[in-house]
Design a protein around this ligand. Structure first.
Ligand code: ADP
Length: 398
């Protein structure tokens, strides 16, 4: 069974083609600058030379057509015909309260993705365009929506309700939803396997450009740090994470900024970039800090501190923790960040194996054998998770 996984951003499209017999990636790639001058497709067929195509792509529809062409290209392709694609899995940002699981896409699902555009104004429209473009290019091929919010739908109401008048929850769907659900689900399932038990209390830390922590009990999400949108919670590359909401009024009054300007500042100019004034990339900040840059050090310290506080809060929420998991760009690749965080969790019974913690980008236990709380680095694989959900939902149809 061959499954194409598609992830549409506002001006980009990422794809991976899986052979689900072996879970092998046959090809993957990225289209950037869709609808902007200088569109470019980077196609990486496994075991073959990569191909870069620069060609104007006005819309996601043009981008999908190019991707499909590359997949069957005589030189760079990996399929003899598009008919070999059995199903398509789409990453969709926001499924509101409607979807706790992945679903086969039909008219009702399309309407729901449209309904939640106000909650995911950048991503849901791009996701819809990608779905429609695939439907047109691959008529009759079943498609599945895998929502970033779905895994968090098991949170109890006391965890997701905001303390503002209840009518905004009822009328405007204002509540915590949480994101990175596919990643938290993937690594928590893997951690349960490594622990050899489904009955576990886990805290999963997805630390990348966007970052979030989730509290997972017996496979179910009980709380997570992102909120109505992915702006809430931890300090991120360019996003502020949680701040006092009163900041917005003070800036509007004193700096005469509009709501849109403030929203843009909180999403794109804040986080470790905002504090350091240097970069949103943790590699740049680690280097600058080593060279003595104090604001780079402050940005990293503030980031680590917020993760430590959130893990502490979730250990309290779960009334204990069996294992902590690190994943995503920073979580998988920064021994510095992991050490800074874990050495402040000795009160929980975390004992770091400093030697094991030197490893980057591979699945490994980084706690000592005696550590009461186990700590794992587990590389996330959201695309494989999307492909697995797509296969499970469509295999009867094919
Ligand atoms: P996204 O949210 O875009 O999927 P990723 O999970 O790919 O983000 O994470 C990107 C982040 O990971 C970047 O800030 C980058 O600096 C960081 N990162 C990648 N490799 C390293 C490394 N070796 N050391 C520290 N940080 C790293």
């Amino acid at each position: 069974m061959k499954i194409l996984v598609v992830n549409c951003g506002s001006s980009s499209l990422k794809y991976q083609l899986f052979d689900m017999l072996t879970e092998e990636v046959l090809a993957k790639g990225l289209v950037e600058r869709i609808g902007i001058e200088g569109s470019v497709l980077t196609h990486k067929p496994t075991g073959k030379e990569k191909k870069i195509v620069q060609q104007t792509m006005q819309s996601h529809k043009d981008a999908i057509k190019m991707v499909l062409q590359m997949l069957v290209d005589p030189q760079y392709g990996v399929l003899s015909s598009m008919k070999e694609i059995d199903a398509v899995g789409h990453r969709v940002l926001h499924g509101g309260s409607k979807y706790a699981e992945s679903v086969i896409i039909d008219e009702k699902v399309l309407d729901a993705i449209e309904e939640f555009v106000p909650l995911g104004p950048l991503h849901n429209p791009a996701n819809l365009i990608g779905i429609n473009a695939c439907a047109e290019a691959l008529p009759g091929v079943p498609m599945v929506a895998v929502f970033d919010t779905a895994f968090h739908q098991t949170m109890p109401k006391k965890a997701y309700i905001y303390a503002i008048p209840y009518k905004y929850y009822e009328n405007n769907h204002i509540r915590k939803y949480g994101f990175h659900g596919t990643s938290h689900k993937f690594v928590s399932q893997r951690a349960a396997k490594l622990l050899g038990s489904e009955n576990t209390k886990l805290i999963t830390c997805h630390l990348g450009n966007g970052s979030s922590v989730a509290a997972v009990k017996n496979g179910k999400c009980m709380d997570t740090s992102m909120g109505l949108t992915p702006l809430d919670g931890l300090i991120m590359g360019t996003r502020s994470g949680t701040i006092d909401p009163a900041v917005i009024k003070v800036l509007a009054d004193e700096e005469h900024m509009t709501i849109n300007e403030i929203d843009n500042m909180l999403n794109k100019q804040s986080g470790v970039l905002g504090i350091s004034g240097i970069s949103s990339d943790f590699r740049d900040l680690e280097q600058a800090s080593e060279e003595g840059n104090e604001r780079a050090r402050l940005a990293l310290d503030a980031f680590d501190y917020k993760v430590v506080c959130t893990i502490g809060a979730y250990a309290a929420a779960l009334n204990g923790v069996d294992a902590i998991v690190f994943t995503a760009g920073v979580g998988e690749n920064s021994p510095e960040a992991r050490e800074a965080i874990l050495t402040k969790l000795t009160y929980l019974g975390v004992e770091l194996d400093k030697e094991a913690n030197k490893k980057r980008g591979e699945e490994i236990m980084i706690s000592t054998p005696d550590s009461k709380v186990k700590v794992f680095v587990i590389p996330t694989n959201e695309e494989l998770m999307i492909a697995m959900d797509t296969m499970n939902l469509t295999k009867e149809l094919i």
